[in-house]
Write a protein that binds this ligand. Sequence first.
Ligand code: HEC
Ligand code: HEC
Length: 380
Amino acid sequence: MQALALLLVAAPAIFGQEDLRAPGGGGGSTSGKPGGPSGPLDPADEARFQRGRALFERDFHRSSGLGSPEMNADSCRACHRDPVVGGAGALELNVSRFGRNGGGTLFQDLPGGQGLSKLRPPWVAGREEHGAEADVFEQRQTPSILGDGLIERIAVDAILAHEDPLDLDGDGIRGVARRVVIGLGTEIGRFGWKAQVPRLADFVRDALGGELGLTTSSDERGFALELDGDDRPDPEIDREAVADMAFFLAQLPAPRRTGSLEPEVLLGELVFERVGCVKCHVPELRGGNGPVPLYSDLLLHDVWPESFRGMSESGAGPGVYRTPPLWGIRTSAPYLHDGRASGLRAAILLHDGEARGVRKAFEALPITEKSALVAFLNDL
Ligand code: HEC
Ligand code: HEC
């Protein structure tokens, strides 16, 4: 499994003093407050949540092993922060993936993975020698993690029920689950723009290694950076800390609808259904504790024109992305995997490939219905 490491365009302070300030502004339960857990936790779990949050917010320092010695940032919060900790990130926090496209048929990762990190101490040689061979680049925008705990518990059969790999219903929309090889079996990928990661704990390991250059112990699932090039003993982050971070992320509440009863919003919801957005942005899937209103099927779709050049991974070729959940979409601009759409209307108009028919139906709408649809999205 290649790390998700990559090139960050803007640098937070990297080599400053480590910041160990208390998270959330000090004591007391943060349940129900922005950035707090989704519901009341017992004291042991509340403590675990706070430990996980402190790690997510911590500005790591080189004395704790930050950087391998490369990295993209010094904390998780540096990128996941809008509108609260755990949220999305702005365009200048995009990371880049790069590789060789092999004449369009034989895509190859570069040596050392797809990653290129820009943040590294000046005395460390870079990977420019490999960068020079790259002929495909793809930016990745920081998605929100809010509600991912609910997504983690969506039933596998609820996801598979929407697959239509051969387009048997003839609507031009296929949809396949991402199957990720873990050990000797496969699991359904749920997280990341290409649904490349099955579990939150996997993403915590992957991001600790790829984004911060911090090593973790292997859990035999293939996401940990186990050894790195700095002089700190590995693993730099222990198992319990990884579990605390995954627990913290899983407790973050899903974005809530504003609940507007404006006629325009209600009309927009009908239009969303009628033009076929719901074929991929499925309003809800069955979760561990009732329906999860995420507006995604969690499946992969090819939604770009044939000429699209981008990263390819086994099971998810260029132009193929997971339908992103639309809950909380009003706070997570800019949009699409690389953030190329600054507004919702622009994001809709860039849908192509499997979504071309639905986009055309949107384009053909009277102007009032187009605005109503956008008003509905802004309510999610
Ligand atoms: C440099 C910016 C950056 C930093 C720092 C960062 N992330 Fe991310 N994060 C991203 C990007 C970009 C993605 C999407 C990656 C992809 O799919 O290619 C992402 C995706 C995720 C996701 C999946 C969200 C979803 O629903 O698809 C999780 C979980 C996550 N990050 C956790 C973390 C944790 C934990 C840390 C700290 C150890 C961290 N991130 C640090 C940029 C960052
Ligand atoms: C064939 C499946 C499909 C259909 C139909 C579809 N979408 Fe999407 N949508 C996607 C995929 C896949 C992406 C991510 C593409 C990317 O990032 O490159 C996406 C992205 C988006 C985004 C940006 C989300 C973000 O977090 O950046 C919005 C908003 C959106 N779609 C709204 C709509 C609306 C409104 C409709 C109906 C007019 C629609 N979509 C129809 C699959 C679909």
